[in-house]
Design a protein around this ligand. Structure first.
Ligand SMILES: NC(=O)c1ccc[n+]([C@@H]2O[C@H](COP(=O)([O-])OP(=O)(O)OC[C@H]3O[C@@H](n4cnc5c(N)ncnc54)[C@H](OP(=O)(O)O)[C@@H]3O)[C@@H](O)[C@H]2O)c1
Length: 308
């Protein structure tokens, strides 16, 4: 990408898209194409075709998607499959049709088999059954990876895809029914503290282990790959270390300075027992995470909940 390149960030209002935009602006890029979902519904084939026809972007970051935590994935199963397939089919196909130089597609670490051996290497893709609660979302993302891969093979495109681990950072979603575990816990503990509640209920057993990456680190990794990587292997992006949900809850309790008790609701599903990515490929390409979990959560908590 050159500084004058026309860059379309699909989903620029979201957590990932906004981090890419911040990062590229810092690097001196200025020529952005940005459309909210209200301005351009990416599930609409005709509108997406017209947009690419008139704007002809050079580079595309495809970070628009229907995204949510375990409850949302499990409840809105049809929507997660349909909307994600439509968004990615439209954007990837029009990127091919209008000769986009390079596209980066955001998949997710939940596309790996539920019982993949840990840490999960890129070659574990399609080697076993998926976690049932997010199967529709994972099927859509796998289709997106395969679309990129096969457009490269058939048409000579330069479309790459990445598998980020669980992300957190500015512009995260804090809706308690629809959010991922880390922002949901931050909000629960914060509200319990300011409302002087003696307990906080947390879903599941606390046993599963998860890996968390600050979205600004993802933006740096994405930039590295956009500049230096063009293979068909979808690249894992993570820290290579994980933490149990129990320990995460204790860490957030400490950061928020909440003095009450944690109650575990075992009626809620745990999801995949462990999901740690093997990050040796991205590390070998010269990128490593830089924001430690405790520092990252402190920064997010201060900016989101403590600053006026
Ligand atoms: N969050 C994570 O932990 C995580 C982990 C791994 C991978 N990822 C991947 O990263 C990507 C971005 O995730 P995120 O966390 O940034 O999600 P997000 O904050 O929910 O942002 C998603 C964006 O997609 C846009 N969008 C949704 N439906 C659209 C439609 N029909 N037409 C146009 N735009 C639409 C939304 O635009 P508006 O705001 O304008 O409505 C929103 O800004 C996703 O592909 C996700 O799978 C995320």
């Amino acid at each position: 990408m050159e500084l004058s390149s026309k860059i379309y960030i699909a989903g620029h209002n979201g957590m990932v898209g906004s981090a890419i935009l911040r990062y590229l602006k810092q690097k001196g890029y200025t020529n952005f194409l940005l459309k909210s979902s209200a301005e351009l519904d990416l599930t609409n084939q005709e509108k997406v075709a017209l947009f690419f026809e008139s704007e002809k972007p050079d580079y595309v970051f495809l970070a628009a998607a229907k995204v949510g935590g375990i409850e949302a994935n499990n409840t809105y199963r049809g929507q997660f499959l349909y909307e994600n397939l439509m968004i990615q089919n439209n954007v990837i196909h029009q990127s091919y049709a209008h000769k986009v130089k390079k596209l980066l597609f955001y998949a997710s670490s939940c596309i790996y088999p539920k019982y993949a051996s840990q840490p999960i290497n890129e070659d574990a893709l399609l080697t076993g059954s998926l976690e049932p609660t997010n199967e529709p979302y994972a099927i859509a993302k796998i289709a997106g990876i395969k679309l990129c891969e096969n457009y490269n093979r058939q048409y000579g495109c330069n479309f790459i895809s990445v598998m980020p681990t669980n992300l957190y950072g500015p512009n995260d979603n804090y809706d308690l029914n629809n959010s991922h575990v880390l922002p949901a816990l931050l909000r629960k503990f914060h509200e319990a503290k300011i409302n002087n509640k003696s307990t906080v209920e947390v879903w599941g057993t606390g046993e599963p282990k998860r890996e968390f990456l600050h979205v600004d680190d993802l933006a740096a990794a994405s930039f590295n790959l956009m500049q230096n990587y063009s293979l068909d292997i979808s690249v894992n992006i993570g820290t290579g270390t994980d933490i149990s949900i129990k320990n995460l809850a204790e860490l957030i309790k400490k950061i928020v300075d909440y003095k009450g008790e944690i109650i575990w609701n075992n009626d809620k599903p745990d999801g995949t027992p462990r999901k740690l990515l093997d990050v040796s490929l991205i590390n070998s390409l010269g990128w490593k995470y830089s924001i430690e979990l405790e520092n990252g959560i402190r920064e997010v908590y201060t900016n989101k909940f403590l600053k006026k």
